[in-house]
Design a binder for this molecule. Sequence first.
Ligand code: ZN
Ligand code: ZN
Length: 187
Amino acid sequence: MCTSRIFPLPKACPRCTTALVTGAVGEAFLDECPSCHGIWVDAQSLEKIVADPELQAALGEPSAASPARSSLATARYVACPSCAQIMNRMNFARISKVIVDVCRAHGTWFDANELAQLSVFLREGGMAKWQKRHEEESAQGRRDAHAANVAAVINGEHASPEIERCRDYSHAADFVMQLAFALFGRR
Ligand SMILES: [Zn+2]
Ligand SMILES: [Zn+2]
């Protein structure tokens, strides 16, 4: 959410260095590796995917033939295609079992099949389950803390102070409201 998409630069696949090919699903940009089929998703695009069931459906179903190969324990760490910093590996939303590589400033790397797995998690109400788990774990249970941590999932961080370091704070706040509406407003 701190990045600009006006003049996207060519990026190399963090796994195999093949040049990524930029495509789009709705308003979300996806940079896919034509060789290993991993997908780079910038932070703004991932917010849109998390908030929009139509985008989630458009991402399709995971292929049984090519399960994600990564796990928290075995996969090697990879560098962000934008800034070359080594990314953090995390279980998306802690309960999804989709292990992703996250650069807090730029976006999230999904190995082959992982983005489709995430879309299934989201379509099955994963974020609401995560929210419930978080509420159960939260001793204070304050609503603002929950909201801040929803955005923190996208940023690859579970603690809320990271949000304040983001230059575009108002955008983060808008996203939290949008996401809260998507999760609880129309069902
Ligand atoms: Zn690749
Ligand atoms: Zn980066």
